[in-house]
Design a protein around this ligand. Structure first.
Ligand code: AMP
Ligand code: MN
Ligand code: MN
Ligand code: MN
Length: 275
C-alpha cells in the first residue's frame, strides 16, 4: 500500500496547489491520499470532484490546531463528511481564532519594533489562511531576519513572543467535532511536541478519552527509532497507525508526497477505519 495522509496546499502554508498535489499523487500512484491544510478544507474541496472523476481515493482531510495544557497539538482528521454541521462549526471557530490570532501576533511584534501590516501579509499569502510561516516570510522580505528559520527561532517558534495559541479549540473538543462529522482523529507528528514520554502518554489518554483513534507512526523524514517508539505507544494504547509526509514544498529538508517507508506490520493501519 502506498499512502500519504498528511500534505499541505496553497490553501494553507504549502507551496503547491491542491491540483498540483493531486497530479503528483496520481503519478505515484497512491492508494490513499489526503490534503490536510491547517484549519481549512478549501484546498480539498477544490479537487474533490476531479479526484472522483479520475477514480482516486482522495480522503477528506484537515490538520486541526488544538490546545492541550498550554501546548499546541495538531490533530489530523481524515474521512469526515465535509458538509456535516459539526465540521462547519469547527471550521468557523478555527477561522475566527486564526484571524484574531494574526492580529495579536502582529501587535506583539509591533511592540518589539517590527512593522508588519495585515494588508502586506494578505498580499503575500494570496487566498490561503494566514499562518506563522507567512509572517516569517514577510519578516524575511522586510529584512528583519535572515531567513524563516531565524524568524521561528527568535520570534515565532515554541514559547516565543509570536507563538499565540490560546484561541484554538481544546484537544478534546476538536477530537469530538471530527468524530461527530464522521471523521477519524489522529495525533499528528507525535515526536514534535517536546514533551516527556509520561506527558505524551497523558496526552494520548485524554485524546482517546475524547474519541481519538489514531496516531502518526510515520511522519515525514524520521529515524527508525522514533517509528518504533510511536508504534509501541500505538500498540500499548490500542491506536491505529497513520502515515504522512507533512509535505509543504519540494526540495526542502522533508520528504516528497508519498515518499515514505511502509508502516510496521505490528500496528493496524488507519485506513481499516475508512468506509
Ligand atoms: P500555524 O498554523 O500558524 O501555527 O503555523 C504552523 C506551521 O509553521 C507548521 O505547520 C509548520 O509548517 C511551520 N513551522 C512551525 N515551526 C517551524 C519552525 N521552527 N521552522 C519553520 N517552520 C515552522
Ligand atoms: Mn504547516
Ligand atoms: Mn503540524
Ligand atoms: Mn502538517
Amino acid at each position: 500500500m502506498k499512502v500519504d495522509l498528511h500534505t499541505h496546499s496553497t490553501a494553507s502554508d504549502g507551496v503547491l496547489s491542491a491540483d498540483e498535489l493531486i497530479q503528483i499523487a496520481t503519478d505515484k500512484p497512491l492508494d490513499y491520499f489526503s490534503i490536510t491544510d491547517h484549519d481549512t478544507i478549501t484546498g480539498y474541496l477544490s479537487v474533490r470532484e476531479k479526484a472522483k472523476a479520475i477514480g482516486m481515493n482522495l480522503i477528506a482531510g484537515l490538520e486541526l490546531s488544538t490546545l492541550w495544557n498550554g501546548i499546541g497539538v495538531h490533530i489530523v482528521g481524515p474521512n469526515f463528511e465535509p458538509t456535516h454541521s459539526a465540521m462547519a462549526h469547527l471550521l468557523q471557530h478555527q477561522t475566527d481564532a486564526r484571524i484574531a490570532r494574526t492580529d495579536t501576533i502582529l501587535q506583539k511584534l509591533a511592540k518589539i519594533g517590527f512593522e508588519l501590516s495585515l494588508s502586506e501579509l494578505q498580499s503575500s499569502v494570496g487566498k490561503g489562511v494566514i499562518g506563522r510561516p507567512h509572517i516569517a516570510q514577510l519578516m524575511v522580505e522586510k529584512g528583519y531576519v535572515k531567513g524563516t528559520n531565524q524568524a521561528f527561532k527568535k520570534y515565532l517558534g515554541n514559547g516565543k513572543i509570536g507563538d499565540v495559541k490560546n484561541g484554538w479549540i481544546s484537544l478534546s473538543d476538536g477530537v469530538k467535532a471530527i468524530r461527530e462529522s464522521g471523521g477519524v482523529a489522529v495525533i499528528a507528528h507525535p515526536n514534535h511536541y517536546n514533551v516527556t514520554r509520561t506527558k505524551l502518554l497523558r496526552l494520548v489518554d485524554e485524546f482517546i478519552g475524547a474519541g481519538g483513534q489514531g496516531i502518526e507512526v510515520i511522519s515525514g523524514k524520521q529515524h527508525r527509532d522514533v517509528t518504533d517508539k510511536i508504534a509501541t505507544i500505538a500498540t500499548d494504547k490500542g491506536l491505529y497507525a497513520s502515515i504522512g509526509s507533512d509535505f509543504h514544498r519540494p526540495l526542502s529538508f522533508g520528504v516528497g508526497v508519498g515518499e515514505l517507508p511502509p508502516l510496521p506490520d505490528s500496528v493496524p493501519p488507519i485506513w481499516e477505519l475508512f468506509h
